[in-house]
Design a protein around this ligand. Structure first.
Ligand SMILES: CC(C)(COP(=O)(O)OP(=O)(O)OC[C@H]1O[C@@H](n2cnc3c(N)ncnc32)[C@H](O)[C@@H]1OP(=O)(O)O)[C@@H](O)C(=O)NCCC(=O)NCCS
Length: 166
């Protein structure tokens, strides 16, 4: 976590970026993730043949009337094709099956085409565009897109992943 959150290339698209992220911050983050005691759940992305995770997925704000948000960071390269898509699909399936979510949503900067490709391939739909919502480091602004998916839309779009998800 310490390495990933201090790597601008990895964190460039994340919604919440911090000015600094110490070893203690990484330790606290990981400890809270393992405990899973609050309304968030975090999952390490593990690929066969690699000891270290290549990233993580997250569900923020479970158990509320409002839909939880999906988050993902694939920070390290691996030889697995579409690792982000598969990790997202497994996390979304868990949100609906294990945590009773009625819907999921995500905030995606409009230029993050990989993230949009992945969610669209999993049945998500773009629901709104917040114009100029994101302030970039160079003080330009960018549109932020709101995407969402229902259990039915997700299941209809992921027939190719049934063997992994069931
Ligand atoms: C977004 C993210 C999860 C995607 O994971 P990934 O493992 O790279 O994605 P996948 O391999 O599953 O799918 C990538 C697909 O996206 C599409 N894609 C990738 N970059 C693209 C681009 N610049 N323009 C258009 N399509 C693109 C391609 O179709 C690609 O499929 P292909 O390899 O068959 O061509 C990952 O890149 C990531 O963690 N990015 C940083 C954090 C982030 O953006 N999180 C989401 C915050 S909103």
């Amino acid at each position: 976590m310490h390495r990933w959150f201090n790597e601008p290339r990895a964190t460039r698209w994340l919604m919440e970026r911090r000015d600094s992220f110490s070893y203690k911050d990484a330790d606290d983050w990981t400890r809270r993730a393992v405990e899973g005691a609050d309304e968030d759940r975090k999952f390490a992305i593990l690929v066969r043949g690699r000891e270290q995770p290549v990233g993580f997925t997250a569900l923020y704000g479970l158990f509320r009337q409002t839909a939880p948000e999906l988050g993902i960071l694939v920070a390290d390269r691996s030889s697995v094709a579409h690792v982000g898509r598969i990790a997202e699909a497994m996390t979304i399936a868990a949100a609906f099956r294990d945590f009773g979510a009625h819907k999921l949503y995500g905030r995606i900067p409009s230029r993050n085409r990989a993230a949009k490709w992945v969610v669209e391939s999993l049945g998500w739909r773009r629901e709104a565009i917040m114009r100029g919502h994101l302030l970039q480091d160079d003080s330009t602004t960018e549109d932020l897109e709101l995407w969402g998916v229902s259990p039915e839309e997700f299941h209809a779009a992921t027939a190719d992943l049934r063997a992994i998800l069931d």
